[in-house]
Write a protein that binds this ligand. Structure first.
Ligand SMILES: CC(C)(COP(=O)(O)OP(=O)(O)OC[C@H]1O[C@@H](n2cnc3c(N)ncnc32)[C@H](O)[C@@H]1O)[C@@H](O)C(=O)NCCC(=O)NCCS
Ligand SMILES: Nc1ncnc2c1ncn2[C@@H]1O[C@H](COP(=O)(O)OP(=O)(O)OP(=O)(O)O)[C@@H](O)[C@H]1O
Length: 234
């Protein structure tokens, strides 16, 4: 199985690229979606976060007030680290089970969309790694336009992440998303053909088809050995 890593900065265009993959039939595991589920009311993640941050981060219905928690953690690195530490095991196991489900369905190529792929050291499980890069000023403009946030808020969120230039230096494939959506789509077509290349042998043996082939080969080997022993007995 090929697990393609997709990362970048906040609002650099990862979801836009993810949607392109999905529209070409390649499933995407979205870490933001998994992270949201890990904070749902009543879950283990929710309990730990409420115990650490207090009732004031809750809405009246008991769900986490996400903008409120965001304001707290994106302006205080210690609190952000605390939140990351509390949620990391829930996010990793959520991502793991999403991958297992896609493996069981027989998908050979999947995309892991993880904003903190390098920070969380998940990059070692993915190949190739695609970084969606964008110029910092365009990133701020798009972030403020999308979330209706202030410049201070947007800068706080961007500064909470590893710099996009550092991420770019760690990439196998770079998508430069400073241009129009048409430009992005044009680059995506090249990325798609790169990512859709035939699996390597290692990737093949990690796929469900590879595992079934290995099982069939072992079974055949056992049957042939038994037959050989039986003929010796005769
Ligand atoms: C603080 C929270 C509640 C704010 O929620 P909100 O709905 O406002 O933002 P959302 O979850 O949609 O995240 C938007 C973007 O912020 C960035 N971001 C989120 N968490 C972090 C973090 N801990 N450090 C740096 N950047 C982060 C990501 O680029 C993400 O795509 C939420 O982001 C959260 O629970 N974060 C911790 C979990 C986490 O690490 N998520 C990232 C998945 S790898
Ligand atoms: N090439 C582009 N031209 C114009 N707008 C774009 C382009 N690419 C993305 N956008 C817009 O920029 C915003 C951020 O893009 P997107 O949501 O894909 O980023 P993201 O990296 O997934 O963000 P997050 O980390 O917050 O999940 C969106 O409003 C999106 O529509």
């Amino acid at each position: 199985m090929r697990i393609v890593g997709l990362t970048g900065g906040i609002s650099s265009g990862k979801s836009t690229v993810s949607n392109l993959f999905k529209s070409h039939g390649i499933p995407v595991v979205d870490a933001d979606v998994v992270a949201r589920a890990a904070l749902n009311k009543g879950t283990g993640g929710w309990r730990k976060v409420v115990a650490a941050f207090g009732q004031e981060i809750l809405l009246e219905n008991g769900e986490v007030n996400r903008p409120r928690l965001g304001q707290i953690v994106f302006s205080d690195p210690d609190k952000r680290q605390l939140l990351n530490r509390l949620l990391a095991p829930h996010i990793s196991s959520g991502i793991f089970w999403e991958i297992v489900k896609l493996w069981m369905k027989g998908h050979k190529i999947i995309v892991l969309d993880v904003p903190l792929l390098f920070e969380a050291k998940m990059d070692k499980f993915t190949k190739p790694i695609i970084v969606v890069w964008v110029d910092p000023e365009i990133q701020i403009q798009r972030l403020m336009a999308r979330d209706g946030s202030s410049e201070e808020d947007a800068r706080g969120r961007i500064n909470a992440q590893m710099s996009l230039d550092v991420k770019r230096s760690k990439a196998d494939i770079i998508i430069d998303n400073c241009g129009s959506l048409d430009d992005l789509n044009e680059q995506f077509q090249k990325v798609l053909s790169e990512v859709s290349k035939p699996l390597t042998w290692t990737e093949f043996w990690r796929s469900r088809q590879g595992a079934l082939t290995a099982l069939a080969l072992v079974t055949l080997g056992v049957l042939l050995c038994r037959k050989a022993f039986n003929s010796d007995d005769l």
